[in-house]
Design a protein around this ligand. Structure first.
Ligand code: ADP
Length: 758
C-alpha cells in the first residue's frame, strides 16, 4: 500500500477494508471517519489502515490488487475525534471471534443514525422577565408559562409538558412573553460528582470495595503486563451489590480524569428507578443507551462518548459498541442473564465480549449476580476470576423462605366462578391454576395489606388454542409454532414471528362455530382467575407485550412500588432489578415450564429465574416468602432452591456438562442453514457436513431438522460442533465453512457459544 492509499472499513458484511486514494490536501490517519464513493452512492466508514499501513484483521481476506490508477478518492473527512485504537481492535476481535465480517461489527458501532453529521440546533424558547403585562391570557397560554421554567426549553418538550400546541407557544413569542433561542442538540452531560459520598456501606460492602480498590491500584499484581482478572461480585439479591459496583465505578473514574465507565444491564433492567438511583449517587444523570431511546438522545450519547465527554454510560449490551475514547471499566450487572446474548446479525454474548474487551484493553471488568452463570462460577473457582461474596441482605432484610407446592397432592380445584357474582347469571365452571396453599397465602397477604407477585413466564391468555370438535390446533401458517391467544386484543399471535390474526369465530378446519378453546394459562388468564377469586383486590398484569407500551409498564411498576397494586401477575418483566417494598409474597404458577426445555442450560436458567423472582419478596424489613407450584418437587433444581444451596446445584450441573464436554469444559458452535426450498437447504446441509475436515477433538452432530423446523416460511437445519477447550474452534470453522459457497437461496449462520438450540 502506498503512502497516498488508505483502507476504509465500511459498515457492510464484507470481509476486509477497501482501498481508496487520499486526495491531495487531505490528511488521514487510522480511526478517521470518512465518506467515500461506493458503487453509485456515498458511504460513511472508518479508516482502518492509515497511509502506508499494511496490517489486516486476522482472518480477513486480502484486498484485491486494484490498479492504483483506478482507485477512487476519499470524498470527505469528518472533523470529529477518530475511532480509538482500542475500539478498532475490539471490532476486529469481535469479528474474528464471532466469525462475522468486521464491517458488520463496525455497523454496530455506527448505529447512531447520523452521528457523523453536524446537527441542527433545536428551536427553543425562554421566558422573558419581567413578563410583559398586557398579554391576553388563555388557559393554554397559562399552562405553557407554568411549564416553562427559567432555563431555555425546546419547543417540542414545552409542548409535551404543557399539553399546548406549538402554535400556542409561537403565539406567546409574538406576544413577547417568550423569546426564541436555540439549544445544542448534543448538550454536554454533567460529569459525575466523584466527591459526593454514597450510602454508608455495611462492613461486608466496605470489605468488597476495599478489595476492588486494591485490585484497581496501579501497583496491583499483574497490572503492568497482564490484564487484571475480572472481578465477580457474587451476592444474594438485596445484598447491596449495586452500591458496591457503583463505588467501583467511582474509583475507576477518580483514577483518571478522562476515564469512561460502562455499566451494562439486561435491557429489561434499564428502568427509570435504576437510572435515578445512579443519578442520586453521582449527582448527575448517566448517559443511557438502549433500544428505546429516541434518535436525538441516541445521537447525543454517541457523539459525547466519542468526544470523551460522557464519563458514565448505563446501557444494554449494544452499549459495548459505543465509540469509547478511554474506557477504563465495564460492569456487567446480572451477568448470568440470557438477554446478554444477541441472536441476530452479529451473534455475540455481551458479558463475554465485555470480558474480552477487558483483556484486550487490560481494564478491570466487574460482574455482578446473585446467580452467576455456570461458566462464570467455573472461571471463579479456577482462579481466572476474582470472586467477592456478599452472603446477607443489606440491613435488617432477610431472604425469603421458599417452599414448594406439590401440585399432585394439592391440585388447583376447578372453581365455580366467583361467589359474589350476579345470581341471575349461571355459574360457569372455570379451570384454576392457583392451588389451595397459594390461594390461602394470597388471602393472608391481602389481609395484611401487603403485596403479592404471581409469576408466570408466558405472555397472553393461553398458549394453545384447540378446536373442541375436531382437535385442530391453531398454528402459524408458515411456522411450526402455536398461536397464542391474547384476549385483550382478541387476536392469536405467533410469539416467534409476530404473525397474528383475529380470533376466528369458526374452526378453520371443521367450521364448527365457537368451538375454539383456550388451553393452558398465560398471565392474562391467571389475572382473570385472580379477579374472579379476589374481586376486591387491585390486580394488574405486567408483561413485555409491545401493545402494553413502555409507558404503561412504567406506570404499573410505579404503582406497584407505591403499594397501589395488591396483586401483580407478571412475566419476567417484573423479575429483575425492581424493588417493591410492600411485596411479601411471590407465587410461581408453573415451575416446570422451563425444566423440560431440553437445552443444556434449561435447569440453570430455571434456577436463576426462580431465585430472582423469589428474591423480589421481602426486600424491605418485612420477611417475604415464595411459594413455587410444581409437579416435580424432587427436581434437583427445585430442591436446591428451597435449600438455598446454589453451589451444590451448580456442582451437579457442572458434573453433567463436564461429562458431555459442554461449555465451559468444551466449546460449542451451532450452524444453522435456512431457506425456502427444503431440498436445497437439506442438500446444502449434507454437502457442508461432508466437507468437514476430520480433526481430533472435534465432533459434529447433525445436520438435523431444527426443533423449530419451519419458521417464517423457511425450513431450518442445524448442526452442532463440539470442540475440546484447547482447540481453536473458530480457525477450524473458518477453514471448513470458508471454502464452501452456499447456494444463493440458502442462508447460513454460525453461532459461537450458542444459547438457543431452536
Ligand atoms: P443488590 O444489587 O445486591 O440486589 P442493592 O444494592 O439493590 O442490592 O441493595 C438492596 C437494597 O438495600 C436497596 O434498596 C438499597 O438501596 C439498599 N442498600 C444497599 N446498600 C445500602 C447501604 N450501604 N445503605 C443503605 N441502603 C443500602
Amino acid at each position: 500500500m502506498t503512502r497516498d492509499q488508505v483502507g476504509i472499513l465500511l459498515p457492510l458484511p464484507i470481509a476486509a477494508p477497501f482501498d481508496y486514494r487520499v486526495p491531495v490536501g487531505m490528511t488521514l490517519a487510522a480511526g478517521d471517519w470518512v465518506e467515500v464513493p461506493f458503487g453509485p452512492r456515498q458511504m460513511r466508514g472508518v479508516v482502518w489502515r492509515g497511509p502506508g499501513e499494511t496490517a489486516r484483521a486476522p482472518g480477513a481476506a486480502p484486498t484485491g490488487t486494484i490498479d492504483p490508477e483506478k482507485l477512487k478518492s476519499v470524498a470527505h473527512h469528518f472533523g470529529i475525534p477518530p475511532l480509538s485504537m482500542a475500539t478498532r481492535r475490539f471490532v476486529d476481535w469481535v469479528a474474528n471471534y464471532t466469525l462475522s465480517p468486521p464491517g458488520s461489527v463496525l455497523r454496530m458501532v455506527m448505529r447512531a443514525g447520523d452521528g457523523l453529521s453536524t446537527p441542527r440546533a433545536i428551536p427553543a424558547v425562554q421566558r422573558v422577565t419581567p413578563a410583559p403585562s398586557a398579554i391576553r391570557m388563555t388557559p393554554k397560554r397559562e399552562q405553557v408559562l407554568a411549564a416553562c421554567g427559567a432555563a431555555p426549553m425546546a419547543i417540542k418538550t414545552l409542548s409535551e409538558k404543557s399539553g399546548a400546541s406549538a402554535a400556542v407557544i409561537r403565539g406567546l413569542v409574538t406576544a413577547g412573553a417568550l423569546t426564541p433561542v436555540s439549544l445544542d442538540p448534543d448538550a454536554p452531560f454533567t460529569p459525575p460528582d466523584l466527591a459526593r459520598s454514597g450510602k454508608d456501606l455495611s462492613s461486608a460492602q466496605a470489605g468488597a470495595v476495599a478489595e476492588i480498590a486494591e485490585r484497581l491500584s496501579p501497583t496491583a499484581p499483574g497490572q503492568d503486563d497482564l490484564a487484571p482478572k475480572p472481578i465477580l461480585i457474587d451476592g444474594v439479591t438485596g445484598s447491596g451489590k449495586t452500591e458496591v459496583y457503583l463505588e467501583a465505578a467511582r474509583l475507576a473514574l477518580a483514577n483518571d480524569p478522562a476515564a469512561q465507565v460502562l455499566i451494562l444491564l439486561p435491557e429489561i433492567g434499564l428502568t427509570l428507578p435504576f437510572l435515578n438511583r445512579i443519578e442520586a449517587r453521582f449527582g448527575a444523570a448517566p448517559a443511557a443507551w438502549h433500544s428505546d431511546i429516541p434518535a436525538a438522545a441516541r445521537r447525543r450519547v454517541w457523539r459525547r462518548v466519542l468526544d470523551g465527554q460522557v464519563r458514565l454510560v448505563v446501557g444494554a449490551r449494544s452499549a459495548l459498541f459505543l465509540p469509547f475514547q478511554n474506557l477504563q471499566m465495564i460492569i456487567v450487572d446480572e451477568e448470568h442473564d440470557p438477554a446478554y446474548k444477541q441472536e441476530d446479525g452479529v451473534i455475540y454474548h455481551g458479558r463475554d465480549m465485555a470480558v474480552a474487551r477487558g483483556s484486550l484493553d487490560r481494564i478491570p471488568i466487574v460482574l455482578a449476580s446473585a446467580t452467576p452463570a455456570l461458566e462464570t462460577m467455573v472461571n471463579a473457582l479456577d482462579d481466572r476470576y476474582y470472586r467477592l461474596t456478599l452472603t446477607q441482605r443489606f440491613g435488617a432484610a432477610t431472604l425469603p423462605t421458599i417452599d414448594l407446592i406439590d401440585l399432585r397432592e394439592t391440585p388447583p380445584s376447578i372453581s365455580n366462578g366467583n361467589q359474589h357474582q350476579d345470581k341471575t347469571s349461571s355459574p360457569t365452571r372455570q379451570p384454576s391454576w392457583i392451588a389451595p396453599p397459594l390461594a390461602d397465602a394470597i388471602s393472608e397477604t391481602l389481609v395484611r395489606h401487603e403485596q403479592t407477585l404471581l409469576f408466570l413466564n408466558r405472555r397472553g391468555y393461553a398458549p394453545l388454542t384447540i378446536c373442541r370438535k375436531c382437535g385442530h390446533r391453531m398454528m402459524a401458517p408458515d411456522s411450526d409454532t402455536c398461536l397464542v391467544e391474547h384476549r385483550f386484543e382478541n387476536r392469536l399471535i405467533c410469539h416467534h414471528t409476530g404473525y397474528s390474526i383475529s380470533k376466528p369465530k369458526a374452526c378453520p378446519q371443521c367450521n364448527a362455530i365457537d368451538s375454539l378453546a383456550a388451553c393452558g394459562p398465560g398471565v392474562e388468564r391467571i389475572a382473570d382467575e385472580v379477579r374472579r377469586r379476589w374481586p376486591h383486590a387491585h390486580t394488574e398484569i405486567l408483561s413485555s407485550d409491545r401493545t402494553q407500551g413502555a409507558g404503561t409498564a412504567k406506570a404499573l411498576l410505579e404503582a406497584m412500588r407505591a403499594g397501589e397494586i395488591d396483586i401483580l401477575v407478571a412475566t419476567q418483566a417484573a423479575a429483575k432489578g425492581h424493588n417493591f417494598p410492600g411485596l411479601t409474597l411471590v407465587g410461581v404458577i408453573d415451575a416446570d415450564m422451563g425444566l423440560s426445555g431440553g437445552d443444556l442450560r434449561a435447569a440453570e436458567r430455571t434456577y436463576q429465574l426462580l431465585a430472582q423472582v423469589a428474591g423480589r419478596a421481602g426486600r424491605a424489613d418485612k420477611p417475604g416468602r415464595a411459594l413455587i407450584q410444581t409437579h416435580q418437587p424432587a427436581a434437583p433444581v427445585l430442591q436446591a432452591l428451597i435449600d438455598g444451596d446454589r453451589d451444590r446445584f451448580l456442582a451437579i450441573e457442572a458434573e453433567g456438562r463436564m461429562a458431555m464436554l459442554f461449555p465451559p469444559f468444551g466449546r460449542l458452535a451451532a450452524i444453522l442453514l435456512r431457506g425456502k426450498n427444503e431440498n436445497q437447504v437439506r442438500t446444502a446441509a449434507q454437502n457442508l457436513r461432508q466437507a468437514a475436515p476430520r480433526t481430533d477433538g472435534i465432533e459434529i452432530w447433525g445436520p438435523a431438522p431444527a426443533p423449530l423446523y419451519r419458521l417464517n416460511g423457511e425450513v431450518r437445519m442445524r448442526m452442532l460442533v463440539r470442540a475440546r477447550r484447547d482447540l481453536n474452534l473458530q480457525a477450524y470453522l473458518r477453514d471448513w465453512t470458508g471454502a464452501l459457497k452456499m447456494p444463493g437461496a440458502v442462508r447460513r449462520t454460525i453461532d459461537i457459544d450458542p444459547y438457543s438450540f431452536m
